[in-house]
Design a protein around this ligand. Structure first.
Ligand code: GDP
Length: 326
């Protein structure tokens, strides 16, 4: 390992935020030599330091940044070190980011106990998730107590965030009863805590009704092995008026303590490591296929054959895999 890399590791372990930012830039880089350095760095830092990783999802406008600002400041006020990362599927598609706006979380970004990093822009969501996962590991090595991983409620990104979090929080806005169906069942199934935000002013009564609806819906769902009684839970909060945030934090702690005591925390992290291993094999195999010019041509040709109905997707895939043996 180079002395530069060794120094970077030492600085991160000492909690230096600039070193952390530099290391995240390194793990986000697409260059092969940077990737090798990034892996050496992650290996050197290890995984003994652990933070509470909280995944947070919600559609644009529900108040994610307002919530993270208020909740984050509450936590730093308790002396906790808080890192905020993002997985933004829009950055994968267009290079532009919904979650990257610089004016977000203005106070928290100036807090010496906080560290905020926007979503990496990559061409694929798988790439975004991979970089964010590395960034989570770096934040843990830098001694952060809590890592918040934010995502917008679109497509596959929640599943990816849930696979790198210890707790998954779904943020919602007050809504009419018929909108309950609008939340995809899959997201409800991975949520540990549903927070109905904007429970203030004119929206307060509506927020309470929405919360009761969700509490009812959660009770109807199958009891999961990873939950104590009363979870998953629905609560109302107001990120704007700082209401309900202590209660939300208490619920998160109750749940994470219970999971630690019942060995679910470690088992879940082990299962997540397995998930990412398979995901990495898949990504790296695809990258390998794309590297080879003749294979790329073959892929294009087979894609056309599948489009034309000349061959089945399974048979076309099998002939790609067969070329790996030759
Ligand atoms: P994001 O897109 O999910 O990050 O949402 P923002 O945090 O940007 O909030 C969207 C809008 O909702 C902004 O106008 C906020 O001021 C407003 N908002 C956020 N939290 C609350 C809240 O607790 N109460 C009310 N009334 N408005 C809120």
């Amino acid at each position: 390992m180079t002395t530069d890399l060794a120094k970077l590791a030492t600085d991160i372990a000492a909690g230096n935020r600039r070193a952390l930012a530099r290391a995240i830039t390194l793990v986000e880089s697409g260059r092969g030599d940077h990737r090798a350095d990034a892996l050496t760095l992650l290996d050197t830092l290890g995984t003994t330091q652990q933070a509470l990783r909280i995944g947070l999802s919600g559609t644009p406008g529900v108040g994610k940044s307002t919530f993270i600002e208020s909740f984050g400041l509450m936590l730093t006020g308790m002396g906790k070190r808080v890192a905020v990362l993002a997985v933004d599927p829009s950055s994968a598609r267009s290079g532009g980011s919904i979650l990257g706006d610089k004016t977000r979380m203005e106070q928290l970004s100036r807090d010496p106990l906080a560290f905020i990093r926007p979503s990496p822009s990559q061409t694929q969501l798988g790439g975004v998730a991979r970089r964010t996962r590395d960034a989570v590991a770096l934040c843990e090595a830098a001694g952060f107590d809590i890592v918040l991983i934010e995502t917008v409620g679109v497509g596959q990104s929640e599943t990816m965030v849930a696979q790198m979090a210890d707790l998954f929080v779904l943020l919602l806005a007050p809504a009419g009863g018929d909108e309950l169906q609008g939340v995809k069942r899959g997201i409800m199934e991975i949520a540990d805590l549903v927070l109905v935000n904007k429970a203030d002013g004119d929206l307060k009564a509506q927020a309470s009704r929405t919360c009761a609806d969700y509490a009812g819906a959660l009770r109807l769902m199958r009891k999961r092995a990873q939950d104590p009684d009363g979870f998953p839970k629905a609560l109302t909060v107001s990120a704007l008026e700082n209401n309900g945030l202590t209660g939300a934090w208490e619920a998160m702690q109750t749940l994470s303590d219970w999971r630690r005591d019942n060995h679910i925390w470690a088992t879940t992290r082990a299962a997540q490591a397995r998930y990412w291993f398979h995901e990495e094999v898949r990504l790296q195999l695809l990258a390998r296929l794309a590297e080879d010019a003749s294979l790329r041509a073959k892929l294009a040709q087979l894609e056309q054959a599948v489009t034309d109905g000349a061959t089945s997707p399974a048979a076309a895939a099998a002939s790609v895999i067969a070329t790996l043996d030759s």
